[in-house]
Write a protein of this length. Structure first.
Length: 229
């Protein structure tokens, strides 16, 4: 069509690299049953996502508390302070905030990062873990903005990560950072549709593939893929 812009596309090698990375993603598929006090190992990420999502969206403050606890349990799984973060949340969260977040998670709209941020949940003050809540709510639409991805801000080509403000240990909630987070979600969602139509590949799987490439130290490869998505 006349006047239509030509959008960048992944070449075959980039597409294969992304597809392989999605398959290689192997973060532990675990949650914790707080009622029966035992760890649960899930058979797939889809099963894990569903188990957390059903609690987050239940509207029941007790189940929402367990759902949020499992966002922390899963997200900090490889960290030695995992249980410290989980216990701190469960100790400090008030009934009023649980009631508030239970209602909120059923109706997230235009500014999801700030909507959750303003509830002031213990252990959920920065974008990385708030984005994990959103990812579990809808992995086809939302992804995680992990601080490890900020290594891409130091390489070329320029990507959205060059526009994200960071501190030494976390990504703060700012209006600009939320906008870049939304852009990141959009890129991942579009890639899942453009390159994996008809497959069970969600926006979050694209993010996890990029994360896997970054973890292997292939920063330029990851940045090139993002730039061409």
């Amino acid at each position: 069509m006349k006047g239509e812009l030509t959008m960048p596309l992944l070449n075959q090698q980039q597409r294969e690299s992304l597809e392989d990375a999605i398959k290689e993603y192997n973060y532990p598929k675990v949650t914790y049953d707080f009622r029966n006090k035992k760890e649960i190992v899930h058979s797939s990420m889809r099963q894990l996502e569903a188990s957390i999502r059903v609690n987050l969206t239940s509207g029941d403050p007790i189940r929402v508390k367990d759902g949020l606890s499992n966002v922390l349990y899963w997200g900090h799984y490889r960290a030695g302070y995992r249980w410290d973060r989980v216990r701190d949340f469960r100790k400090k969260i008030t009934q009023q905030k649980l009631d508030h977040v239970a209602r909120t998670l059923q109706n997230i709209f235009e500014t999801p990062i700030w909507t959750i941020k303003n509830i002031e949940l213990p252990q959920f003050s920065n974008i990385s873990f708030i984005s994990k809540i959103l990812m579990f709510l809808d992995p086809q639409k939302y992804v995680t903005l992990d601080r490890k991805l900020m290594k891409l801000a130091n390489v070329e080509p320029i990507t959205i990560f060059h526009s994200i403000k960071t501190y030494r240990t976390y990504i703060p909630c700012t209006r600009e950072n939320e906008q870049q987070y939304q852009n990141w979600c959009g890129l991942c969602k579009n890639a899942s549709i453009k390159y994996f139509q008809g497959q069970e590949v969600f926006a979050v799987d694209i993010e996890r593939g990029i994360f896997c490439i970054v973890e292997k130290g292939q920063y330029n490869v990851a940045a090139q893929i993002i730039a061409n998505i």
